[in-house]
Design a protein around this ligand. Structure first.
Ligand code: BES
Ligand code: ZN
Length: 618
């Protein structure tokens, strides 16, 4: 009996030790087996066919294998695999299909010889390849030529090219891309700045990147330089507006470097896409993809550029090992973003955004009251689409944790730590457990008592917001409080002191409008401040949400127009969600979505389809 107990104890001890060792190759969203054979270098030779909405060509992978490996495993989804060859031999080589899964796609298994170093896959995407959004000319600003952009995060890379689609696997690449001669092609790589007459473009990405950072865009695109290392690409009619909006890009880059060390990617440009782009921004290396909804005309929404730029360190340089560690990418990036914002525009400005972020977080926490596991920083996305785990928790709870660390040990110590963290893990992956071990030994050990005060593991592994969460105050919102109270007490909107308010102050004002407000008072606000017709998409979105909640119907035609034109998921979801709360709203949602759906990218469609219980053809 005694002996058994002892054995059991020993067994438990061994098991807990083993399970606390991070296994890097273990990504539940990839079928790759990097311990056996892993990609290192890609040569992509592809043709972009707008008529067929297909990309076809070859992906030639240089691989590294273990001595015993007899196959290499790739992720694919909706790809037509036409031929496989190995090494220098042109004859078709064998391949087989492995696991098939609705979320993960189809595993491609290619047998390899003991000395195989090159695997070439001839393939074509299909019009169902979710990474690609093919826009016809009417969906562009210029209305003259079609447009293509890709979006690979989180696991859509496998629909663009056969790859080992895990953020823990990195490769360098070169690409030859053939496009219609009237168009310019751009990638997450060294890019051309002008069109040529051949329609053939060569790209090079000499730094190793994970597959989710692969990106391609093709269209009527022009370039304008901002600084010696920064510039902006856009459709010709959007170029001037974009260059005006992003005038501070070079300063952002310099501020970022001053905080956390050299920018390692050479150039930093932004591509402004048509409005159907499903995200605010995507941190494709060297070339952030961005929504045009940040072009407010007054540079008030440029934090998005700081955010995507910050990913050049947190995310692109030190990358989450798999999507369960997503907070390591986004939480750090929001913290870094706000530090850049503070450096350029001052603490009061950054505090407004932090405050709005916290409000957002509180909303999300409420939303997940019944599924609290989703509010942990470390996620459990096995068996789920990682896209489902990507909400403001990683961003804002992650930010709040870093802010708490800053407040506990001081800014200087945190900055020194982060600089070293990015430097010593450059071009590597990081998981939550490795991060905990690193910060404990490298930082907390120097600050006795800090770890108990912060309680890092509770933040990471427990749901909700710990009680030691820093309180975020915004002095600029005090002005809003005063004017808002006046309005609540009956002052007419035109008598409020709102001159020179920032976008963020307007957002704060609109968010406060209570559910009991009369239609007449909504109309009064609208007449004075022209919210429904505003060209500022953030303000419009906040106002539209209130309009739907309060059934302020004069805004509905503007909502319809907005939802048909804009495909940014962050804007769509709250509006459709609100509409789904009433029978009349549901009807409106269906009517709008029917028209809007063809404009949305796959990821936006997927989310709205589910929300509206949409079935094709209805
Ligand atoms: N990397 C994200 C976008 C993303 C996340 C795409 C998860 C696919 C899956 C990007 O950096 C991001 O966070 N964009 C935000 C803007 C930001 C200012 C919070 C967005 O799109 O709204
Ligand atoms: Zn981000």
């Amino acid at each position: 009996m005694f002996f058994h107990k002892k054995l059991k104890f020993l067994y438990l001890l061994i098991m807990t030790t083993i399970s606390s060792i991070p296994v890097l190759a273990n990504d539940p969203h990839s079928t790759a087996k990097p311990d056996e054979a892993v990609v290192q270098k890609l040569y992509l030779d592809i043709n972009v066919d707008f008529g067929k909405k297909i990309i076809s060509g070859k992906a030639q992978w240089t691989i590294k294998k273990s001595a015993s490996a007899d196959a290499i495993h790739f992720d694919t989804k909706n790809l037509d695999i036409q031929k496989v060859t190995i090494d220098e031999i042109e004859n078709p080589w064998k391949f087989s299909w492995g696991k098939e899964d609705e979320i993960l796609g189809h595993e491609l298994i290619i047998p390899i010889k003991s000395n195989t170093s090159i695997v070439t896959i001839y393939y074509a995407t299909s019009p169902e390849s979710a990474a690609c959004q093919w826009l016809d000319q009417s969906q562009t600003a210029g209305k003259k030529l079609p447009f293509l952009f890709t979006q690979c995060q989180a696991i859509l890379g496998r629909t663009l090219f056969p790859c080992q689609d895990s953020p823990g696997i990195r490769f360098t690449y070169e690409a030859d891309v053939t496009v219609p001669v009237e168009m310019l092609a751009l990638m997450s790589a060294e890019n051309p700045t002008v069109k040529n007459n051949s329609g053939k473009y060569h790209f090079r990405m000499p730094n190793p990147i994970p597959s989710y950072l692969m990106a391609l865009s093709v269209g009527d695109i022009k370039f304008q330089s901002i600084g010696n290392r920064t510039g902006v690409y856009a459709e010709p009619s959007m170029l001037e507006k974009s260059a005006y909006e992003f005038a501070d890009m070079q300063k952002m880059l310099e501020a970022a470097e001053k905080l956390y060390g050299p920018y390692r990617w050479g150039k930093y440009d932004v591509l402004v896409l048509p409005p159907s782009f499903p995200f605010g921004g995507m941190e494709n290396p060297r070339l952030t993809f961005a929504t045009p909804t940040i072009l407010a005309g007054d540079r008030s929404l440029v934090s998005l550029v700081s955010h995507e730029l910050a990913h050049s360190w947190s995310g692109n340089l030190v990358t989450n090992a798999n999507w369960n560690d997503f907070w390591l990418n986004e939480g750090f990036t929001v913290y870094f973003e706000r530090r850049i914002t503070e450096a350029l525009y001052g603490k009061d400005f950054a505090d407004m955004e932090a405050y709005l972020g916290m409000e957002d977080l509180k909303e999300t926490l409420k939303e997940f009251e019944k599924t609290p596991d989703a509010t942990c920083l470390k996620l459990k996305l096995e068996g789920k689409d990682p896209d489902d785990g990507m909400n403001s928790i990683a961003y804002e709870k992650g930010y709040a944790l870093l802010l708490l660390i800053e407040k506990t040990i001081g800014r200087e110590a945190l900055d020194n730590f982060l600089r070293k963290y990015f430097d010593s893990h450059a071009f590597q992956t990081m998981n939550t457990e490795q991060f905990i071990a690193y910060i404990e030994s490298d930082l907390f050990s120097k600050f006795p008592g800090a770890e108990e005060k912060i309680n890092l593991k509770a933040w990471i592994y427990n749901p909700g917001l710990p009680t030691n969460c820093p309180v975020i105050v915004s002095v600029k919102f005090n002005d809003v409080d005063i004017e808002f109270q006046k309005w609540m007490d009956g002052t007419a909107p035109k008598s409020l002191r709102t001159a020179n308010w920032f976008t963020q102050q307007w957002l704060n004002f609109i968010d406060k409008i209570p559910a009991t407000t009369s239609i007449a008072r909504m109309a009064e606000l609208d007449t004075t401040f022209k919210f429904s017709a505003t060209g500022n998409a953030e303000i419009a979105d906040a106002w539209f949400l209130q309009s739907l909640t309060l059934h302020y119907s004069p805004a509905y035609i503007y909502i319809e127009k907005f939802l048909i034109e804009v495909g940014r998921r962050k804007f769509l979801m709250p509006l459709y969600k609100e509409m789904m709360k009433s029978a009349a709203g549901k009807e409106l949602a269906m009517k709008i979505y029917k028209q809007a759906r063809p404009n949305y990218h796959f990821v936006a469609r997927q989310s709205v389809d589910e929300l509206l219980h949409w079935k094709d053809g209805l």
